[in-house]
Design a protein around this ligand. Sequence first.
Ligand code: SF4
Length: 133
Amino acid sequence: MKDVLTTCAYCGCGCGLYLHVENGKVTGSMASRNHPVSHHNLCVKGWHIHEFIHNSSRLTQPLMRKNGKLVPVSWDEALDFTAENLRRIRDNTNCQGLGVLASAKCTNEENYLLQKFTRTVLKTNNIDHCARL
Ligand code: SF4
């Protein structure tokens, strides 16, 4: 078994934890004793973060609703569909028909890119963050 030091991915606090890795699978998590943010503490999400990694109900590819049912599709099909509809809504609503919610699960860099995408591609200032919901 090996312990790998990492950062909790559930929220923006950035608590430090070790993931236990056994035979190529993550089997547990434990707080980092000396981490400067969390000081050997985790909330319930951090203590259970290892449980979703190999969970059989985890989504691993895009799903699209077709004839009333969600069916797996390729990333190309999902991205083409999304881009086409974002473009259509943007153009038909004078850029006011779309809004974007950023996420505390993203890094600062990802959230920065999201606001750039919203303002320059979607051409709206309708962007906010999940922390204010
Ligand atoms: S352990 Fe809890 S508070 Fe810390 S980063 Fe994870 S979700 Fe956030």
